[in-house]
Design a protein. Structure first.
Length: 79
């Protein structure tokens, strides 16, 4: 059996990159509290460099910020 923890930005209308990073970090920390080894996927409508645009750039920045905030946790994005 697998357990997943999801952090949803839907409550925050148009979050900026910093807010997205904070959501990712809080979700990873919550997973750890429950004994789940966190692995974070920063979701977007593009994967890696398959597309460009302001929304993708925001996810790229959020991913980089989250990686700096939690250097020991695998954080990938945009996916």
């Amino acid at each position: 059996d697998k357990v997943y923890v999801f952090g949803d930005c839907a409550i925050n209308v148009e979050p900026n990159a910093e807010q997205m990073a904070e959501i990712a970090v809080a979700t990873a920390k919550t997973a750890a509290i429950f004994g789940i080894d966190p692995r974070v996927a920063m979701l977007s409508y593009a994967t890696g460099t398959s597309n460009t645009g302001p929304m993708i750039e925001k996810v790229e920045k959020a991913t980089a910020l989250a990686q700096q905030m939690l250097p020991g946790v695998p954080i990938a994005g945009p996916l």
